[in-house]
Design a protein around this ligand. Structure first.
Ligand code: ZN
Length: 417
């Protein structure tokens, strides 16, 4: 269980690390089908977003539901996702992150904690059946889109809840988990992690290899976000199906930040037929935010550890204020930076291998100007139109690329319906 929510939140707040707003002139758009696209206004973006399935592969709502259940019951606007704003943003498919920490794994709590978070998402869908449905298949997603309900598929962030037992892959499949991010902030029984200098497996462990094969067999997407580079290449070697990076951006813009994907990795991912879902966190987008965030996280961790009994939220904002006084304000990225990452991937491998994995409710106060919550997706669509993407290309980026991969994963497992 999440017995120590304060500690969990502290860990959570520091898990993704930290960036620059450059309102530089927008680079020229992709050279694809720009000519057919008229100059767009906000209404075009709204209409386009409403016509197509918008998928976000990483929203950290479940832990928030655990920490603040009363907010859910009252349906108060809080955090970056709720029904009203999701509808405003035309978000149709919100993958719920079933996240457990490395610390929970050490305490042997991950299996139970993951199940508890799944319970909370099921409770949300059961409480509002006219609004939400847990989607288990691509067909479910398309069906829910037709009836106006938001699909809530489940993605497991960190393979530790498998507790070293291959049978648990099937148990979580039955509970609705459709992707597993093999590791998180630390190396685990499956894989090395990009955030952990300790690399016990030099990639995937034997158990990790077996899990990837079992996921292929069952029809679950393998998620390579958070993995070390070596583990990523191991996954590509082992997986018989395309894989996803559920919330990673392009390392081209954040050199040395292993949590993002290098150009070589993006090419390999595309060759495998997979998709990189761009993370909106400012620290994933620009070097300035990344540097600021990394330095602040290190110092914050010490500050929080020295005050184990304090209110984590209050302490974190107190700390961030102090830090900003000393080091200047956090250099937020902006919408153009997200568009630059999408352009970069399309310039490398084409438009079929990129999508959106916001990390809403997962990166603290680090979201870019213009993309602060789930209501802001039309801003992104307007940006894509401005940069010359055709409607067909935008539909791919918004959701069809991810749905293609998911459908292939289903097909390889023999689960076509
Ligand atoms: Zn993450």
């Amino acid at each position: 269980m999440l017995k120590t929510p304060v500690a969990a939140l502290a860990a959570f707040l520091t898990l993704c690390g930290g960036v620059t707003a450059t309102f530089a002139a927008t680079p020229a758009g992709p050279e694809r089908t720009a000519a057919a696209v008229p100059a767009s206004g906000p209404q075009d973006a709204e209409a386009l977003a409403s016509r197509h399935i918008v998928v976000d592969t990483h929203i950290d709502l479940p832990l928030k539901l655990y920490l603040e259940p009363s907010e859910l019951a009252r349906e108060e606007k809080s955090g970056e996702f709720d029904y009203g704003r999701a509808r405003e943003g035309h978000l149709d498919v919100a993958f719920m992150s079933i996240y457990t920490s490395a610390a929970q794994a050490v305490r042997g709590e991950s299996f139970a904690a993951a199940n508890e978070l799944i319970d909370l998402v099921e409770a949300l869908a059961a409480e509002f059946p006219e609004r939400y449905a847990i989607a288990r298949t691509v067909a479910d997603v398309r069906g829910n889109f037709g009836t106006g309900r938001i699909s809530l598929p489940l993605g497991m962030e960190n393979g530790s809840p498998l507790a070293g037992e291959l049978d648990n892959v099937g148990k979580f499949y039955e509970r609705g988990i459709r992707y597993i991010t093999l590791a998180h902030s630390k190396a685990n029984a499956l894989s090395d992690s990009s955030y952990d200098s300790d690399r016990p497996w030099a990639g995937l462990s034997d158990f990790g290899v077996a899990v990837v094969k079992e996921m292929n067999r069952l029809g679950m997407m393998v998620d390579v976000s958070h993995l070390s580079d070596d583990a990523f290449y191991d996954v590509l070697e082992v997986s018989s199906a395309p894989v996803i990076a559920s919330h990673s951006s392009a390392r081209h813009f954040t050199p040395g930040f292993e949590r993002n994907m290098s150009d070589e990795m993006i090419r390999a991912l595309a060759a495998n037929g997979g998709v990189i879902m761009i993370n909106f966190g400012s620290m994933f987008l620009t070097t300035a935010a990344n540097d600021y965030s990394a330095a602040r996280s290190d110092t914050r961790e010490e500050f929080m550890l020295a005050r184990p009994d304090g209110d984590a939220d209050a302490l974190a904002s107190e700390f961030d204020e102090l830090y900003a006084q000393l080091h200047g304000p956090f250099p937020f990225a902006d919408l153009n930076d997200v568009l630059d990452h999408i352009d970069h991937v399309t310039s490398l491998v084409g438009v079929d291998y990129v999508g959106l994995g916001s990390d809403f409710d997962g990166v603290g106060d680090a979201l870019p100007v213009g993309l602060k919550d789930v209501s802001d997706f039309p801003n992104l669509v307007a940006g894509l139109i401005r940069r010359g993407y055709s409607e067909e290309d935008i539909a791919k980026i918004l959701g069809e690329n991810l749905l293609r991969v998911w459908a292939q994963v289903e097909a390889i497992a023999g689960r076509t319906d």
